[in-house]
Design a protein around this ligand. Structure first.
Ligand code: FPP
Length: 271
């Protein structure tokens, strides 16, 4: 059975086995963030219009959300529309916003049934009113859900996030609530749009480009990066499993040394 034929009620035995293998093999990242890229090129390679790529991308979103929930990922953040994407042709922007509204209308109930909490990061004020309303309704309906948080980065960029954090911190300094010397990593982290989410353990980028494109700039300091040439509309759960295997093979040191090295005696130590 291919991914197209599978529904949430019919997870194949083979797929369940693959997930159990990964769960037993190593750590499942607590937070996965995804730069969903390549929709346009996917469509072009099929002689189709760009929006056809975005539509096919929604099917990947559904499959990846479902697989992450089943695997026990606690936070999934999807870069769905960047600050810079406002510079795209008007027709493409409005088609993307329509797609978002349609997806929220058709998928929110399923998210809720699966105990998934929907949130968003980004400048919501720039979103068209219908889009904003649907988003806020879905966020409020699912607010108490505990299985997984699906965070949509919409009208988001890392620099926007840092600017709004700096602005809010400056206001607190101006109002005498905070001294400049008290501004630490934690204070900045707590003023970012992602204050409630741990930093991403794994950032996946599809379509082969090796860049962050203004996504989670502060939060990605120690994220593991995984880049695949696969275009987003072709990135389904089996591609996710490859990314997870690769993540499990990494040694995360966070700027420190790995435990065996730490125990080694340095020949330079003078006794
Ligand atoms: C990047 O591909 C993709 C986007 C800018 C939009 C992503 C949106 C979706 C997958 C659909 C809606 C999302 C949700 C959450 C329902 P690109 O257009 O930059 O592709 P290209 O680099 O090949 O041109």
């Amino acid at each position: 059975m291919n991914t197209e034929e599978r529904t949430s009620q019919q997870q194949t035995a083979e797929d369940k086995k693959k997930q159990e293998f990964l769960q037993n093999r190593g750590e499942i990242p607590r937070h996965i963030a995804v730069i969903m890229d390549g929709n346009g090129r996917w469509a072009k390679s099929r002689g189709s219009v760009r929006i056809a790529g975005h539509k096919a991308g929604v099917d990947s979103v559904k499959d990846i959300v479902e697989a992450c929930g089943q695997l026990g990922v606690r936070h999934l953040t999807l870069y769905a529309f960047s600050t810079e994407n406002w510079g795209r042709p008007k027709g493409e922007i409005s088609a993307l916003m329509k797609l978002l509204v349609q997806s929220l209308r058709s998928e929110t109930r399923k998210l809720h049934e699966n105990e998934i909490k929907l949130t968003s990061i980004g400048d919501r004020d720039r979103l068209p009113p219908t889009c904003r309303r649907e988003l806020e309704e879905a966020i409020s309906l699912t607010a108490e859900n505990k299985t997984m948080e699906l965070c949509l980065a919409l009208s988001y960029s890392g620099r926007w996030d840092i600017c709004q954090a700096v602005s809010r911190i400056s206001q607190k300094v101006k109002d005498g609530e905070l001294c400049p010397e008290e501004i630490t990593n934690d204070v900045i982290t707590d003023h970012l749009a992602t204050a409630h989410i741990p930093d991403p353990d794994l950032i996946i980028r599809t379509s082969g480009e090796f860049r962050l494109s203004n996504f989670l700039l502060w939060q990605s300091a120690y994220s593991e990066l995984y880049v695949t040439k696969t275009y987003w509309p072709d990135f389904r759960r089996d591609e996710l499993y490859k990314a997870l295997e690769c993540f499990q093979n990494r040694e995360r040191r966070f700027g420190k040394v790995s435990p065996p090295l730490e125990l080694e005696e340095s020949p330079l130590v003078i006794r």
